[in-house]
Design a protein around this ligand. Structure first.
Ligand code: SAM
Length: 233
């Protein structure tokens, strides 16, 4: 936990005792469930702290204001959504994951962490984006390691209210991917706000792609399940 605490301190974020305990508990549950379920290939303590927790938490430096409603699309074992919920427990968090076994881990770990208001939805992002109860309802959508940006944007932007944001943690060199996504973003009501370099201790450079939702998403998006990844915008 030391690398987590000291790095956050350098970002002017101080964890309280409850939060430190929650991160330790989350790491322990991840390692334990990972013996049965293929949740992550990163299982060493420092790897979990840096590549999962800090990479997720860095999103908070770029979101402007703490979001009331946050949705994490293709969350897997909870990244980046759950670390952000630990940092800001007042956030209403929805975790979306298409695989039921991963969702059962998410429900378990949310309960263990003491959260009774984390919503876990088993389903596909494309279907959620067409649900009137969810469409354009969220202040912020996040997604990590789910798809290339053009595809991610079609998954996430329909869920974000106009004036909200979509933030994607990515690997180091994404300028070409971001440029390639520009036209698709415009079709979805999005606009590239920034591509921010991210430095985390001891690992290769990372990036945050920050996209503003500037206009409503036309009704035709997202297209049917599977189409965005087959024919990216
Ligand atoms: N975001 C997590 C992380 O960074 O550790 C998990 C990344 S994992 C490589 C991608 C996850 O997205 C998988 O668990 C997969 O089931 C889920 N996924 C992929 N496409 C999806 C979709 N269209 N809707 C919902 N979940 C999806």
């Amino acid at each position: 936990m030391k690398i987590l605490i000291t790095t956050l301190h350098s970002w002017n974020i101080e964890l309280n005792a409850t939060q430190i305990e929650q991160f330790a508990q989350y790491a322990a549950e991840l390692r334990s469930w990972n013996e049965q379920l293929n949740l992550t290939t990163i299982t060493d303590r420092e790897g979990i702290a840096v590549r999962h927790f800090l990479d997720s938490l860095r999103v908070a430096q770029s979101w402007g204001a703490v979001p009331g409603q946050l949705i994490d699309v293709g969350t897997g074992a909870g990244f980046p959504g759950l670390p952000l919920k630990i940092l800001y427990p007042e956030i209403r968090l929805t975790l979306v994951e298409s695989i039921e076994k991963k969702a059962s881990f998410l429900r378990h770990v949310a309960t263990e962490l003491g959260f009774d208001d984390v919503e876990v939805v088993v389903g596909r992002a494309e279907a959620l984006g067409r649900d009137p109860l969810r469409r354009e309802r969220y202040d912020l959508a996040v997604a990590r390691a789910v798809a290339e940006l053009r595809v991610l944007a079609e998954y996430c932007l329909p869920l974000v209210r106009v004036g909200g944001r979509f933030i994607a943690p990515k690997g180091g060199n994404v300028s070409q991917e971001a440029e390639q996504a520009r036209a698709g973003l415009a079709k979805l009501g999005g606009s590239l706000h920034a591509v921010e370099p991210v430095e985390l201790p001891g690992i290769e450079p990372r990036t945050l792609v920050v996209i503003d939702k500037i206009a409503p998403t036309p009704d035709m998006y997202p297209r049917a399940v599977g189409v965005p990844s087959k024919r990216p915008l």
